[in-house]
Design a protein around this ligand. Structure first.
Ligand SMILES: Nc1ncnc2c1ncn2[C@@H]1O[C@H](COP(=O)(O)OP(=O)(O)OP(=O)(O)O)[C@@H](O)[C@H]1O
Ligand SMILES: [Mg+2]
Length: 366
């Protein structure tokens, strides 16, 4: 068991409070992704788990044991960082064997483990090479192998793929996902890339300025973002947002006024909704089917089209502001008056503080 718990963990550097206080459980055998913009405190949190940074307050528990005073090497955590510092004068084999040598494993044990890991990560033909003779992706795999070789209970990753080109990033992302599935080790993975977070995580923790904005599975965050920040951060392209000028409950549900547009919602929208959000992939061009919401946009003008083959994203300016729509084909130059049909469950509402309203109703309707 290697569940990780943070209890009222805080961190300040001098006078600067970077993490005011966080409570978080990272379940055993699952991948928890810490996701957030640059400077929000992701690495600092990870480094406190690893023991490379001392918390200013609170406790770190690994497997139910408080480890605040346990040195990094004794926490059972393996670290994989973005600059995979391999020993330049050691071969791949020697790099992989190094942690075992430090742990005083016998030569036979070292050889057996190195061969096993090298096979798993397809490094066998490269064992006698030096790091400078490897590509970036190969070096990254050696670094991962070195982290894995002592079969740690916990893997800590800090943006391990950010130095790689796109193709390799996608390949190694899958590799890590596959590895995590077989190892079933507890992992904490830091990234600012939401696609990486969505594809790897069992649980995503969205951070902003050292605070937790939301914790949940990738689909929960996608379907029910707790606030505007999460709604805007999760999902590509970014969710469309429109300002709501007035929301009036009526016999048919709720009537929204957005600038000159009137939008009839078939259910009661609770609270004081100030922003309407919907995703490009959840709005359809055309007349609404029964039960769907109709939104009419005037004065539309195409700003850019992103062609992806099976679909295109059309970025538009409209009388209500800018938005992006998904269209099935290349004939995506949209202009003039556009009618959109959207399922009520795909509409998101946020109050003036950016907090989601009506999430439960939406989930029930979905
Ligand atoms: N040793 C330090 N001394 C002072 N401030 C620090 C120190 N380390 C980090 N910080 C500050 O703490 C904040 C959080 O840093 P951290 O490295 O955890 O961010 P991050 O979320 O990992 O960002 P990135 O995505 O850019 O890596 C930043 O404002 C950073 O400047
Ligand atoms: Mg960082």
């Amino acid at each position: 068991m290697a569940e990780i718990q943070l209890q009222s963990i805080s961190k300040r550097f001098g006078d600067v409070e970077v993490i005011p206080g966080i409570d978080l459980t990272m379940p055993d055998g699952q991948v928890t992704v810490l996701l957030g913009p640059s400077g929000c405190g992701k690495s600092t949190l990870l480094r406190m788990i690893a023991g490379l940074e001392t918390p200013s307050g609170g406790e770190v528990l690994v497997g139910g044991r408080v480890v605040n005073d346990v040195p990094p090497a004794e926490r059972g955590c393996a670290l994989v960082f973005q600059n995979y510092a391999l020993y330049p004068h050691k071969t791949v084999r020697q790099n992989l064997a190094f942690p075992l040598r430090m742990a005083k494993a016998t030569a036979a044990e070292q050889e057996r483990s190195v061969d096993e890991i090298a096979h798993k990560l397809e490094l066998t033909p490269l064992l006698e090479r030096y790091p400078r003779q490897l590509s970036g992706g190969q070096r990254q795999r050696v670094a991962m192998g070195r982290a894995m070789i002592r079969k740690p209970e916990v893997f800590l990753y800090d943006e391990p793929l950010s130095n790689l080109d796109l193709e390799l990033r996608v390949k190694l992302r899958l590799e890590i996902a596959r590895m995590q599935r077989t190892l079933k080790a507890t992992a904490v993975y830091v990234t600012h890339d939401q696609t990486e977070a969505m594809t790897l995580a069992d649980q995503i923790v969205v951070l902003r300025k050292g605070r937790i904005e939301q914790v949940g599975s990738p689909l929960t965050l996608y379907r029910s973002p707790a606030n505007l920040f999460v709604a805007g951060f999760i999902g590509t392209p970014r969710m469309n947002f429109f300002q709501i000028d007035a929301a009036q409950p009526d016999a048919n549900g709720t009537l929204l006024r957005l600038g000159d547009a009137r939008v009839q919602i078939p259910h009661r929208v609770p609270g004081q909704p100030a922003t309407l959000g919907f995703r490009a992939e959840q709005a359809r061009l055309g007349e609404p089917a029964p039960g769907e919401v109709r939104l009419e946009l005037q004065g539309c003008e195409t700003l850019a089209v992103e062609q992806l083959g099976d679909r295109a994203y059309c970025y538009l300016r409209s009388s209500l502001g800018e938005l992006v729509l998904m269209t099935p084909d290349a004939a995506a130059d949209l202009s003039g008056t556009l009618r959109l049909a959207i399922a009520p469950a795909s509409l998101h509402f946020f109050d003036a503080n950016g907090v989601a309203v009506g999430t439960e109703e939406r989930l029930l309707a979905a």
